[in-house]
Design a protein around this ligand. Structure first.
Ligand code: LLP
Length: 427
């Protein structure tokens, strides 16, 4: 396979040192391609940025639940934020240590609470009702449940409202002014062990001043709890760091920028309390987002109301543009050096007019059989895919210094329909 730096020889996109057109020929399209080194680098930049404090980085599994990717993160020392019993099973398979797992969720089933207690992972408690249920579950199992309260800090990041989770009006977390009372209740409940405090304010945050506001509010709560004799071991400030999807317009804050924004507040409060808290962060997007592309093949080019370039992936495989009006750069992966001279709109292959992946972009002249790569597709890409239109999900490969591994086989139509049952009387 080709190595990085060979762009001049042909005009194919190289990703992780691999010619993606060769990958398309070998594995077919659509194809998610992930660069292992990018994931390791992104994770390490968090560890480096926060090295002055006791910290753990819990990868938000919802962003990308591929087992090989979770293995990479496990090797790097990551913990995990899981949001379902299924994600908990995944991180177990990936070998992420269970003492570095937080079970989140605003609507956990009793079965999930039992799974969390049984696995001895920490639970982020999302309501006072859930606190009581969890206590009852733990008593019944004769086990202890370690908890943090999910705080709704009432802060407002300037992001798409669909991904702002710390607004006062949001369904996530316990209202800020009820937190102290919730902890006082927790302290009295049987088989509940208070360990920490948790918030997550939103996602794709580029103006990171809001993290400072959240940190201040969270540390005020920590102080209030100390005054009442409730001591904690960790503060989890969630994920949310944005990435640069629109290279010309957006500058991505780095983990170091985040550290500079929140550590002074965090460290000052620890000092005044005379305590040593662990800082936990739960990044998803900023670890895996830039590390993958979704490679597709052009099925048709049609000059109609617009110049439509229709590819073999749609919102079944990549929902972000449709769900959040998200901007993703697209490149014609076999014509990198050709002049971008045609105003084009990249459409998916789902039977909905909303299935537009990239609107009004200047691209080189494209024809059937060309390859379109959607960039920065590693976070909330495959993990939000569906089988709409009975389209089996695609394969995934991992590239690493010019080498390639298959990390997910593509589904078959048989896989998609396997769970359906036609009752005898209808046969
Ligand atoms: N922790 C909790 C409790 C979360 O709910 C999330 C994301 C994260 C951490 C990770 O946030 P990140 O670092 O990835 O921003 N599907 C949407 C994003 C939804 C985020 C949900 N929660 C998108 O594609 O933009």
């Amino acid at each position: 396979m080709s190595q990085e730096g060979e762009e001049e020889e042909n005009d194919h996109l190289l990703f992780g040192g691999v010619d993606v057109v060769e990958l398309a020929e070998r594995y077919g399209t659509p194809l998610y391609i992930t660069d292992e080194n990018k994931i390791r680098d992104n994770f390490r930049s968090y560890k480096k940025a926060f090295e002055t404090v006791d910290n753990d980085i819990y990868f938000a599994v919802k962003a990308n639940g591929n087992l090989a990717i979770l293995r990479i993160l496990a090797q790097e020392g990551a913990g995990a934020d899981v949001f379902s019993g299924g994600e908990l099973q995944l991180v177990k398979l990936a070998g992420i240590p269970l003492d570095k797992v937080l079970f989140n969720g605003n609507s956990k089933s009793e079965e999930e609470l039992r799974a969390a207690v049984e696995s001895q992972v920490k639970v982020s408690v999302d309501s006072r009702e859930e606190l009581q249920t969890l206590s009852a579950v733990a008593v019944k199992m004769d086990e202890e449940a370690e908890i943090a309260m999910r705080v709704n800090p009432d802060v407002s990041p300037k992001v798409n409202p669909k991904i702002a989770t710390g607004l006062r009006t949001s369904q996530f977390g316990i209202p800020y002014n009820e937190i102290i009372a919730a902890y006082e209740e927790a302290a009295k409940l049987p088989n509940i062990v208070i360990k920490g405090i948790h918030c997550h304010i939103g996602s794709q945050i580029l103006d990171i001043s809001v993290f400072k506001e959240a940190t201040e509010k969270m540390m005020q709560l920590v102080e209030g709890l100390y005054e009442r004799g409730i001591e904690l071991e960790f503060v989890d400030l969630g994920g949310g760091l944005g990435i640069s999807y629109q290279k010309e317009k957006e500058v991505a804050p780095t983990p170091k920028d985040l550290a500079d924004m929140i550590l002074p507040t965090f460290e000052a409060k620890m000092e005044s309390l005379g305590s040593n808290l662990k800082l936990i962060l739960e990044p998803g997007r900023s670890i895996v987002g830039p590390a993958s592309i979704l490679l597709s093949r052009v099925n048709t080019v049609k000059q109609a109301y617009k110049n439509f370039v229709a590819i073999d992936a749609g919102f079944n495989l990549f929902l972000r543009p449709v769900m959040y009006d998200a901007y993703h750069e697209v490149v014609v992966a076999n014509k990198l050096n050709e002049q971008a001279s045609v105003l084009s709109t990249v459409a998916g292959q789902v039977c909905e007019s909303g299935d537009i992946i990239a609107k009004d972009r200047m691209l080189p002249p494209v024809k059937r059989g060309d390859f379109v790569a959607i960039l920065d597709a590693g976070a909330y890409g495959f993990s939000m895919s569906s089988q709409y239109n009975v389209r089996p999900r695609c394969a995934e490969v991992l590239v690493h210094d010019g080498a390639v591994d298959l990390i997910r086989t593509k589904e078959s139509v048989e896989d998609v329909i396997r769970t359906q049952v036609v009752p005898e009387r209808l046969r």
